[in-house]
Design a protein around this ligand. Structure first.
Ligand code: NI
Length: 181
């Protein structure tokens, strides 16, 4: 298991449309384990494989993060079953450090995916889980949460990002030296 480098906004792999996984191999299971380590190290609540430089349709979501318990979902080749309603919820992204904005999303969704053993399952989410699933599913299509803001808001955010980069705030957002233990 290993903590991987998190790709930051501006990295081309974040804009790639991720490819489906052909088979659940040991390599894929290692990728999942490494993604968990990486997400926890960076204190995130979800992660898509392209955020660690692997353009495959693999996401993990810590569905218990918002209530302070650990409850991981591994989703391989996830697809929408449905999306309904609308909600405005604040989001952040490990690939866009220190930026948090309210993003319009559905209020209830359901996805179908393969778990880490390759078994199909469905996951329905509202509130936090709905937001997390929408956010991570977007990553697989090369879409970032700031793309869903109004053009005005997006411009403001882009300026804020430039400033953070200029000030060195993005140089090493998840330093290994800060790893617990
Ligand atoms: Ni993200």
């Amino acid at each position: 298991m290993a903590v991987l480098k998190v790709e930051l906004y501006g990295s081309p792999v974040l804009r790639e449309k991720a490819r489906p996984v052909d088979a659940i191999t040991p390599d894929i299971q290692t990728l999942l384990d490494d993604m968990v380590d990486t997400m926890r190290h960076a204190q995130g609540a979800g992660l898509a494989a392209n955020q660690v430089g692997v353009p495959l349709r693999v996401i993990i979501v810590d569905v218990g993060a918002h209530v302070g318990r650990e409850d991981l979902a591994f989703l391989i080749n996830p697809e929408w079953v449905y999306q309904e309603g609308s909600a405005l919820m604040e989001e952040g992204c490990l690939s866009i450090p220190q930026i948090f904005e309210k993003v319009p999303r559905p209020s209830k969704v359901k996805v179908r995916a393969l778990d880490r053993q390759g078994k199909p399952f469905e996951l329905e989410g509202e509130e936090f889980l709905c937001k997390a699933l929408c956010h991570e599913m977007d990553h697989l299509d090369g879409v970032l949460f700031i793309d869903r803001l109004t053009p005005l808001k997006r411009d403001l955010v882009k300026r804020k990002i430039k400033k953070l980069i200029r000030e060195g705030e993005w140089d090493d957002p998840y330093p290994l030296s800060k790893a617990a233990g």
